[in-house]
Ligand binder design. Sequence first.
Ligand SMILES: Nc1nc2c(ncn2[C@@H]2O[C@H](COP(=O)(O)OP(=O)(O)OP(=O)(O)O)[C@@H](O)[C@H]2O)c(=O)[nH]1
Ligand SMILES: [Mg+2]
Length: 231
Amino acid sequence: MTELIKNDSEPQLNLRLSPVALIRTALAKANVLAVRLIGPPGAGKTQLLQETLRHLPNGRRVAVIVVNPAAGRDADRLHGAAGVVEHIDAPVPTAAAIWRVLSGIDLTNLDTVLIECAGGLAPLPDLGQDASVAIFSVSGGDDKAMEYSELLRHVSAVVLTKIDLRTVVKFDSQIFRADVDRINSGVALHEVSSLMSTGMFSWLNWLNERQAAKRSRGQQPEQEFNENFVG
Ligand SMILES: Nc1nc2c(ncn2[C@@H]2O[C@H](COP(=O)(O)OP(=O)(O)OP(=O)(O)O)[C@@H](O)[C@H]2O)c(=O)[nH]1
Ligand SMILES: [Mg+2]
């Protein structure tokens, strides 16, 4: 006769995953790329998303999550352009809030999740994203790279928007570029005007390459913010 012995001293497996782990697991399983677009208020993030979605052949396979204290208006601007548009009315996104949204979406219909967040000066939470992109604008001034150096250190790309305003706004491209290079050497810098639809190719190409990499081999998420930079 076999005796069943319950070994109480055996360590229990903790099956409760953190929201970040849940996001990473779900995105990896569905081969969906998640990119966070972050920058100062008014930098042109929503306009860039509108223009990006207009150009992307797979726009319907993109989900956009907008996070700011009144994100509904930005979401309204994006409705119809993406397959899914959701908003979180909060100053800073949390992984738990992002997971609440993602867990209600059918990820198998998607290639990409784009998360728009205003901010970048305060410490940011890890959202389980594959990459973060800093968004600055010409009208924001050429000192923004320096001001947002902590953010810049941890991003995979930079988009400088509103380049059409160079003729009317004092902006020294050399200062901005030199600061970007000093803070995050070799990071991709894309200069665009979302309003005039110029310079989009380089940015779209970067995004396409990321999408393709994720689809083909399941890209490793970047460990962007160290523990001191987790809010
Ligand atoms: N001239 C010009 N204006 C732009 C461009 N991109 C955005 N804008 C304008 O800048 C303003 C702010 O753009 P948004 O896209 O709403 O900026 P945002 O970063 O999403 O703003 P928040 O969500 O409030 O942080 C709007 O009036 C846009 O029309 C651009 O490339 N050129
Ligand atoms: Mg916006």
